[in-house]
Write a protein of this length. Structure first.
Length: 124
């Protein structure tokens, strides 16, 4: 049986490193009102940021209630990993939504692959 991409997406941390992207966003927002969504990899225990081991990118998706597809809100490439500069594995996105649903964050570690988390969001 051929594997699908979902079989490679990890959602639980392991070892002494934090890989799962943490979503900090309000549980509910007003329709069309802009709010902040912070996504951090290694919020409690920092993830390494070296040439050999780093988070390469973070993406944020939104799935409106009843939708069959996701909407990519944004993707941030983290380019500096120890060559005289470092890019922290965190991002702030400014978002406005028209209906409730779920936010999904993904992050890619160059050694340990793809990681994901989600958070429900209500729109009033």
């Amino acid at each position: 049986m051929e594997k699908t991409l979902e079989s490679f997406v990890k959602t639980a941390d392991w070892k002494n490193e934090k890989h799962v992207p943490v979503i900090d966003a309000p549980a509910s927002v007003k329709t069309g009102e802009t709010f902040d969504v912070d996504v951090t990899v290694g919020k409690e225990i920092p993830h390494p940021n070296t040439v050999e081991h780093h988070i390469a990118w973070i993406a944020l998706h939104y799935v409106p209630e009843g939708a069959q597809t996701s909407i990519e809100i944004a993707r941030l490439d983290l380019s500096a990993h120890g060559v005289n500069a470092f890019t922290a594995a965190s991002a702030k996105f400014r978002v406005a939504l028209q209906k409730g649903g779920a936010l999904y964050a993904t992050a890619y570690c160059n050694l340990h692959g793809l990681w994901a988390s989600s958070a429900a969001i209500a729109v009033e």
